[in-house]
Design a protein around this ligand. Structure first.
Ligand code: ZN
Ligand code: ZN
Ligand code: ZN
Length: 147
């Protein structure tokens, strides 16, 4: 996948907030340092949390949307969720706002989980999920506080 950051979709990188590419085999994750909560960008290879975990790809899927590609993080219940999904849903929090992990799902109302696609919930005017691999761009106020 050619494109920008998995979280904010911007293709640009900055000296103080570079775009970092995952070196995992077959992984296309690219994220800004600040978008993924990377405290220190390594000089060598960098792996996203999913690749780092060595967990079998088939078992990794976002708890909040139907997609499994993209920039995922561990959740507090041992699962996975996209950073974008976590930012999108107001009840979802980051236990550590600096590292942006784990993603805390316990405040999400349970009836949203029953839908199986929490992220579609409440998007006005549309119940359609976004096309695969593309996420809507939206302001993420919580992100701006992370610096
Ligand atoms: Zn970004
Ligand atoms: Zn990866
Ligand atoms: Zn997701």
């Amino acid at each position: 996948m050619v494109g920008g950051c998995c979280v904010c979709s911007d293709e640009r990188g900055w000296a103080e907030n570079p775009l970092v590419y995952c070196d995992g085999h077959g992984c296309n994750v690219a994220v800004h340092q600040a978008c993924y909560g990377i405290v220190q960008v390594p000089t060598g290879p960098w792996f996203c949390r999913k690749c780092e975990s060595q967990e079998r790809a088939a078992r990794v899927r976002c708890e909040l949307c139907p997609h499994k590609d993209g920039a995922l993080k561990r959740t507090d219940n041992g699962g996975w969720a996209h950073v974008v999904c976590a930012l999108y849903i107001p009840e979802v929090q980051f236990a550590n706002v600096l590292t942006m992990e784990p993603i805390v799902l316990q405040y999400v109302p349970h009836d949203r989980f029953k839908q199986g696609k929490i992220r579609d919930f409440g998007i006005s005017g549309s119940s359609r999920p976004p096309p695969h691999g593309s996420f809507p761009v939206y302001p993420d106020p919580r992100l701006l506080g992370v610096r």
